[in-house]
Design a protein around this ligand. Structure first.
Ligand code: GLN
Length: 440
């Protein structure tokens, strides 16, 4: 633990918002004492992990990488994190990310842009960029990210590790700062499928504090050993799109060839155009975040900046302390929800989401899993994506659809620039892990 804390402290990737050193060392000493006494210890006992800085962990700074919450300390602990603590895992660090999960590069943060673990000139991806880098550099054994539209899968792909967005509701969201509540998911990033499986099992289950959470069966080691995927599908228009880089396309088609050679049937599927997926997702995500973040006005939460009257105080506090990207989303979200626009934009978005989900249901009556690249292109250089927010939104084209469908999706590292994404039907997280294990 001490060694990992030192590495985190000295790291030059900007992956750390705050270190939990004294707690971590106390917990480690307890585990050491147990070992010295020959007491039995659990699977996760003493295992060091990282936490994206959007999770409540009692007594720790929980900043969402924002100025607004820079001095905010959590009054309680998120359910998923509490379950890991109960299993004896040791929290080392609150990790840098895009502020409030808003972004795809981990540059939208007051703690400095996170650098890619493979090539530090490039972005780490986002929004769980710090978490992906800490795992890739082995500063943490695993990290807990948050994925609303790709924030676990995309940085996992950019840093060549595994990252799982479980089925929506499999893990309680209680204590995860809400971005877009209807797609927010808690999930692990790690270097092996086995680690993903163990951590997923510990965090899963119904929680009375999150009414969208549900109980699911534990996934045993043996459950994922024998592949039973017979048919794999992929979206033709993802691969034929003009937006895809030639190298990403070539890597993906090479994986498809390998799968075919292993005797698995591969089907081409029809799907919505990427720009429809992106606009549907951003319409709903902006609407939900505008609503969720309205409580951060300097009264109960947020660093208050006094104005001449209450309205002024709200407005100065929010304008000074939210990032440009978060403000863009709050303004956009309020617009699509407002009278005169909501019928045409927000309700249309909800309708499209139903069509997207229906499309997935049809697909999963024909194929066992769907494969896709994680992103259409390689990670950009640090600084580039901030210049063009619209281009950044479009780079989420391959992850956001699965979020709208609330499906389990895993990024599998392939030594390529973006990784391979495996998706299955709702609550079939086991199949995703099984197929990933088969591809290993
Ligand atoms: N990049 C996407 C967005 O900015 C996804 C972010 C996330 O999953 N938190 O909304």
């Amino acid at each position: 633990v001490q060694e990992k804390l030192d590495l985190l402290k000295q790291n030059t990737y900007n992956s750390v918002n705050s270190l939990l050193d004294s707690t971590a060392l106390d917990l480690a000493a307890k585990v050491d004492a147990k070992i010295a006494n020959n007491e039995k210890i659990g699977l996760l006992e003493g295992i060091p992990f990282g936490i994206k800085d959007v999770y409540m962990v009692q007594g720790t700074y929980t900043t969402a990488s924002s100025d607004l919450l820079k001095k905010y300390k959590s009054p309680y602990t998120a359910t998923a994190i509490q379950k890991l603590l109960d299993a004896g895992a040791i929290p080392l660090v609150k990790e840098n990310c895009d502020s409030f999960g808003h972004g795809s590069s981990s540059e939208n943060t007051v703690f400095g842009a996170v650098k890619n673990a493979v090539n530090p000139e490039l972005v780490a991806g986002g929004s769980s960029g710090g978490s992906a880098v800490n795992v890739a550099k082995e500063y943490t054994a695993f990290s807990i990210g948050g994925d609303t539209g790709g924030s676990i899968r995309q940085p996992a792909g950019y840093n060549n590790i595994y990252g799982l967005k479980p089925t929506y509701g499999k893990i309680s969201r209680y204590g995860l700062m809400a971005y877009a509540s209807s797609t927010d998911c808690v999930g692990p990033l790690a270097k092996s499928i086995e680690d993903i499986r163990i951590v997923l099992n510990v965090m899963s289950g119904k929680d009375v504090k999150d009414q969208t959470s549900y109980n699911s069966k534990e996934i045993n080691e043996n459950d994922i050993l024998k592949n039973n995927v017979k048919t794999v599908g992929y979206f033709k228009n993802f691969i034929e799109s003009e937006a895809i880089d030639a190298s990403v396309k070539a890597d993906f088609l090479a994986s498809i060839e390998k799968i075919k050679a292993a005797g698995i049937e591969v089907k081409e599927l029809d799907f919505f155009k990427s720009d429809i997926l992106v606009s549907t997702y951003y319409t709903l995500a902006m609407a939900e975040t505008a609503s969720n973040l309205s409580r951060l006005d300097g009264t109960n939460y947020g660093d208050r900046i006094e104005g001449e009257n209450l309205k002024d105080t709200y407005s100065i506090t929010r304008s000074k302390n939210f990032s440009e990207e978060s403000k863009r989303r709050i303004v956009g979200g309020n617009q699509v929800l407002s009278q005169g626009f909501s019928d045409e934009i927000y309700l249309k978005g909800l309708e499209l989401r139903d069509h997207i989900s229906a499309n997935f249901n049809k697909d999963f009556s024909e194929v066992d899993v769907i494969l896709s690249p994680v992103t259409p292109s390689a990670p950009p250089k640090i600084g580039d994506s901030l210049k063009d927010p619209h281009a950044m939104y479009l780079s989420d084209a391959y992850t956001v659809g699965f979020s709208l469908g609330q499906l389990p999706t895993l990024t599998v590292p392939q030594g390529t620039v973006t990784g391979l994404q495996i998706t299955a039907a709702k609550n079939n997280d086991e199949l995703v892990l099984k197929f990933a294990n088969f591809l290993k």
